[in-house]
Design a protein around this ligand. Structure first.
Ligand code: SF4
Length: 200
């Protein structure tokens, strides 16, 4: 068993925060250990909790469509979330839950060393761009501490707000170029902080 598989197994046994009490299954993430691209969502929903796999509900189907549109499949990318267990009623994760779970994501990024980390939604984005507005930074890659982060709206946001779909699809359409440019991007400062986080 490799280091990534050991980490995934560790997640399934984790009791570091109270979310372990309500989960059906933890959702460590899945994909090749040498993936060029890593997608990081917020946390598991109902379907993910049932199956123990990330992005398997309607938002996951939309993500699959988006990947197909740029010539990729699920098997080409690593997909995970900021938190690995479903919050009750799909509520937002609490700061202490994010803090407890983030070391897993840090280790996943360190092990996989993807060219690009695509953040899906505000919780994932906040790792690289604390308190930035996603409406202002989506689709703009930035290299921070040697890692290229590419913020996008969460696919679920586009399902709830159809006006976001063209934006999400345009941002995904740029991803192949972002991957290509990733090694050449200079390190940059995070964008200015906004007063409040936006939903999605
Ligand atoms: Fe552990 Fe993360 Fe699940 Fe909390 S959410 S129990 S830290 S795996």
């Amino acid at each position: 068993m490799g280091e990534l598989e050991r980490l995934e197994a560790e997640v399934t046994q984790c009791t570091r925060c109270l979310l372990h009490r309500g989960r059906t299954r933890a959702v460590p993430g899945e994909g090749p250990g040498d993936a060029e691209v890593m997608f990081v969502g917020e946390g598991p929903g109902f379907h993910e909790d049932q199956e123990g796999r990330p992005f398997v509900g309607p938002a996951g189907q939309y993500l699959d469509e988006l990947l197909t549109g740029i010539g990729l499949t699920r098997g080409d990318v690593y997909i995970t979330n900021v938190i690995k267990c479903r919050p009750p009623g799909n509520r937002d994760p609490l700061p202490e839950e994010v803090t407890a779970c983030e070391p897993f994501l840090d280790r996943q990024i360190a092990l996989i060393q993807p060219a690009v980390v695509v953040t899906l939604g505000r919780f994932s984005m906040a790792r690289a761009f604390p308190k930035a507005r996603i409406s202002e930074v989506h689709g703009e890659p930035r290299k921070i501490n040697g890692i290229v982060y590419y913020p996008m709206y969460h696919p679920a946001a586009a399902l709830h707000r159809p006006s976001l779909r063209p934006i999400v699809e345009a941002d995904m359409g740029q991803l192949p170029q972002v991957i290509q440019r990733a090694p050449h991007l200079p390190d940059s400062e995070p964008p200015p902080r906004a007063e409040q986080l936006e939903l999605f």
